[in-house]
Design a protein around this ligand. Structure first.
Ligand code: ADP
Ligand code: GLC
Length: 480
């Protein structure tokens, strides 16, 4: 099958979160199963720079605004997966992030930028922009690609489309004037299509028109069919429930593997756990924490957003610090969370070290060096950091939601007895529940034999893409 994988970020070209990890690792897994899959993404300057050798293989003029663009072809570095970068300088050649400018706010022309991306992908798929290859199916991801499925419906003999929800909280929601300014077909302005309670929703385009919808864990696939998680989209998602599946994300085990990770002070496996301590001591040293193997070291990495429950962490840290535990947090995001974290870090200089910003090597070093990983998300479509933590034997304390419950097995008495326990699951998204789950983890940490057993079970869990890639291929085959 020829599959075009449309995404707004992909490792190692450009990354803001888990979508990039998935876009960089699922396509190679699908290719390994014998399919011709190619990735298409906007030609941001960072992506162009990171892509290495690129060839300009086609040029085009956007019909609507007469802007010039070209298709740059290369391969996703480190893989054999072909990649097309859509270089429309007016929209994509600028400093800053893929969605935000340097001050942090959204680019005001995001609807124009991702509409131009969608139009170009469709032109390429219909061979009006000729790259010498045509897909049988387009695999779209998140709202930035949401216009692709509806645009395909007005084509003769279009490829099939599937749409993967990585996070329903981000919808690409704009007002009606924006819809009109984009010159989309008038009949798209309807509740069956892009209209969402008198607004214009990119995301709804994917949900209403793709032949199949997937999301990134079975539990999240069920949760988004309920009002508590759906942002008003449960009606549509229930209507489409027969074409809605949850497929758990895998991870790139060449990049996230403690026995090979190039960023670590000491490589280790479940058979050489004493070497994990080398990373712990190095981490304590790096941050100027007391270097002591026996002090429990907790950590958290991620976007500082309400989703991730960072405010819950803030509330329970003072209590957790009473036991002498240390805590490291790496992240960036909402200003109020950054500010409150800074305040707390200054109150506990001996125990709390904070790094605001984005730092890939440090993320690996923290995963390897910490003992306990806090991820008290209020919702979590899949979550990758808890999976990386399991792989690195850094025991996760997680919210009872989405992919977290599909990947972590709670250390109940029964699961400990059965040797299936891999972490600690909170009862609900409250500070009390986080405190209780973390205290359980800290108490278990004091029982080295039990703790080692949990680590070994955690590190053994299979999270390669192979199984999930096959599930995607089954869906590709059903819709083509
Ligand atoms: P989400 O996509 O919702 O942000 P995931 O857990 O799926 O959450 O993926 C987050 C990814 O981004 C992981 O690969 C994680 O290591 C990485 N990450 C998040 N914040 C940072 C940061 N500040 N520095 C380095 N890596 C980060
Ligand atoms: C989103 C979700 C996260 C998921 C990632 C990759 O960013 O918030 O839970 O792991 O996408 O699918």
């Amino acid at each position: 099958m020829n599959i075009l994988f449309a995404t707004s970020e992909a490792v190692p070209l450009i990354k803001t979160g888990g979508l990039a990890d998935v876009s960089g690792s699922l396509p190679p897994a699908i290719q390994a199963l014998g399919h011709d899959i190619r990735v298409v993404l906007p030609g941001y300057p960072t992506a162009i720079k990171n892509a290495g050798t690129l060839t300009s293989i086609a040029s085009f003029t956007l019909e609507r605004d007469l802007l010039e663009g070209q298709i740059l072809e290369g391969t996703l570095p480190g893989t054999k997966v072909p990649v097309y970068l859509i270089d429309i300088p007016h929209y994509f050649n600028r400093d800053g992030g893929p969605y935000n400018h340097e001050k942090g706010g959204d680019w005001t022309d995001n609807p124009q930028r991702f509409a131009a991306f969608a139009h170009t992908v469709v032109q390429l798929a219909m061979a009006r922009i000729d790259v010498g290859w045509k897909p049988d199916l387009i695999h779209c991801n998140d709202w930035q690609t949401g216009l692709i499925p509806p645009l395909l419906t007005v084509e003769d003999n279009p490829p099939a489309s599937i749409f993967t929800i990585h996070n329903l909280a981000y919808q690409g929601l704009y007002d009606k004037d924006v819809f009109h300014s984009l010159g989309l077909p008038e009949h798209f302005w309807s509740p069956e299509s892009l209209e969402f309670y008198h607004n214009f929703s990119f995301l709804k385009g994917g949900l209403a028109h793709a032949h199949w919808i997937t999301t990134v864990s079975p539990t999240y696939a069920r949760e988004i069919r309920t009002p508590a998680f759906s942002y008003g989209l449960d009606g549509l998602l229930n209507h489409r429930s027969r074409q809605l599946s949850g497929i758990l994300n895998g991870i790139d085990e060449t990049v996230w593997n403690p026995s090979k990770d190039v960023h670590l002070k000491g490589n280790y496996s479940s058979d050489s756990l004493q070497k994990k301590a080398v990373n712990k001591l190095a981490l304590q040293k790096h941050f100027g924490l007391k270097e002591d193997k026996s002090i429990p070291l907790m950590a958290s990495i991620g976007r500082l957003a309400e989703q991730k429950g960072v405010d819950l962490i803030l509330k329970v840290l003072p209590k957790l610090f009473e036991s002498g535990a240390q805590f490291i947090l790496l992240g960036s995001g909402d200003a109020w969370l950054e500010h409150n974290l800074q305040m707390l870090a200054s109150q506990y200089p001996e125990q709390f070290k904070l790094t605001l910003g984005y730092n890939e090597p440090l993320a690996h070093q923290i995963e390897a060096g910490a003992d306990i990983f806090l991820m008290p998300s209020r919702f979590e479509p899949c979550g990758l950091n808890q999976i990386y933590s399991l792989k690195y034997g850094t025991i996760p304390v997680v919210g009872r939601t989405g992919g977290l419950v599909d990947t972590v097995v709670d250390a109940t008495t029964r699961n400990l007895y059965l040797d299936t326990a891999t972490g600690f699951i909170m009862d609900d998204a409250s500070p009390e529940a986080l405190l209780h789950a973390t205290e359980r983890a800290l108490q278990t940490y004091q029982q080295p034999k039990v703790w080692q057993k949990i680590i070994k079970t955690a590190m053994k869990q299979p999270f390669s893409w192979e199984i999930s890639a096959k599930e995607y291929i089954d869906i590709y085959q059903q819709v083509t």
